[in-house]
Ligand binder design. Structure first.
Ligand SMILES: *Cc1c(COP(=O)(O)O)cnc(C)c1O
Length: 410
């Protein structure tokens, strides 16, 4: 049985080979990547213990990212569900409309400290690329985004935004011409250019150091939330449920990190994956659908795969959750039974979006709508003194076209 240690951030609970729980994570990288990865590990461990760097980070979080984001009670939704009180942490208030800006900002700060002039990243749906291009522009770094040729065709608005921010989009024509190939190509580029270039990975995935940097960045969300819970309630509520959607798992880790040491009975952590269309076998839910251990993007995690170990095609109405793997830290939390993972189907997420926007002045994107779907399912069965908090981690402006099309049909 895997045990979580108290008082040590989860990002540091890996062994000397980079594995959480002895088997999740690690560094499945080509020999040539070892040196730049090691250099980054050394630099990051220095910076995270440097007071001046922390102050600088906090200054940008506050003045540029827009931290702290709001913590609000959804009174109408709570009254409608007639059970637990439902609250939201409105992380979509952050610059760019989602939590990815925390990670992009920290990576740019690290790149500057390392004296790098260039930053590269990969992107699937384009949001990680868009956020990185925003941050790169802010910090005066030249930015290249690797993106599958097929994704470039599908995600024109995000590509336009990246170009507007001055980033160069590098189309990747190998393999399936999607995210998987973009990641490989980006890493290859980094190996040959690491003297001048820093690499950013957009979620708590990839080789060990990238999981750590991303988790360290998004954990700001849970520090904000802890203070906000203290000031919003006379005393710490006895039963809290923190519900978050899970794609790669960076927003969920950021939302939970300060609360992992609490007892499950006191603060339950619930992760909601993309169940895909109701009538289809395709999904992007490795944790809740019992996917097997596999290796993807330089790390071991539960991965949607076939019997041969080939990565499965995934499907979800929300581009942000459409990813076959998941953070090694979430695999660890699942096996340690600290967090519970479930899924919501496309239809459930769309229904949840509809209900939340009918009742509240809040516009959650399709990713957090998955989390709201779970809140809507469980709230009526719970008592009024239970506090459900949903991380509304993205704004639905980006989903305008899909919503217009799909909401007509439900
Ligand atoms: C990218 C994205 C996700 C999925 O990524 P995580 O690393 O799981 O957070 C979820 N929500 C939004 C709004 C996103 O942009």
């Amino acid at each position: 049985m895997i045990k979580i240690k108290k008082k040590i951030p989860l990002i540091d609970q890996h062994d000397k080979f980079g594995f959480w729980g002895g088997k999740f994570g690690g560094n499945f990288i080509p020999e040539t990547l070892k040196k730049p990865v090691e250099d980054l590990e050394i630099l990051f461990s220095k910076l995270r213990n440097n007071k001046k760097f922390i102050l600088e980070r906090d200054k940008y979080f506050k003045n540029w990212v827009g931290s702290p984001t709001r913590f609000i009670k959804l009174e109408n939704l709570s009254n409608h569900l007639k059970g637990a009180q439902v609250w939201a942490k409105v992380v979509s208030d952050a610059n760019g409309g989602a939590h990815k800006i925390y990670n992009a900002t920290v990576h740019c700060l690290i790149a500057k400290k390392a004296g790098k002039k260039f930053i590269v990243g990969d992107t699937g749906a384009g949001y990680a690329g868009k956020m990185l291009s925003m941050a790169a522009k802010k910090f005066g770094l030249k930015c290249k985004i690797f993106m599958g040729a097929k994704d470039i065709k599908r995600q024109k608005p995000n590509c336009d935004a990246m170009k507007k921010n001055g980033a160069e989009i590098v189309p990747v024509y190998t393999g399936s011409q999607t995210l998987v190939d973009a990641v490989s190509e980006c890493m290859r580029y980094w190996v040959s250019n690491c003297d001048s270039t820093h690499m950013c990975v957009g979620s708590t995935v990839g080789p060990n150091i990238f999981v750590k940097i991303c988790g360290w960045s998004t954990s700001q969300i849970s520090r904000e939330l802890k203070d906000q819970i203290k000031s919003s309630f006379k005393k710490m509520p006895k039963r809290i449920k923190l519900i978050n959607c899970v794609g790669g798992g960076s927003s969920a880790y950021g939302f939970w990190s300060e609360f992992i040491d609490y007892k499950k009975k006191h603060i339950e952590l619930i992760g909601v994956e993309a169940g895909g269309p109701k009538k289809s076998k395709l999904h992007a839910a490795p944790l809740s659908q019992g996917a097997k251990l596999g290796i993807l993007h330089g790390a071991a995690s539960y991965v949607c795969q076939n019997k041969e170990g080939q990565i499965n095609e995934t499907e979800s109405v929300s581009a942000g959750l459409d990813y076959p793997g998941v953070s090694p830290m979430h695999c660890f939390l699942k096996d340690a039974k600290r967090a519970r993972y479930t899924f919501a189907t496309d239809e459930e997420a769309l229904q949840a979006y509809k209900l939340v926007t009918q009742l509240e002045k809040l516009n959650p994107s399709l990713e957090p709508s998955h989390a709201f779907a779970e809140a809507i399912k469980i709230a009526p069965k719970l008592r009024k003194n239970t506090i459900i908090i949903v991380n509304s981690c993205g704004d639905a402006k980006k989903d305008k076209d899909i919503l217009k099309d799909r909401l007509k049909k439900i």
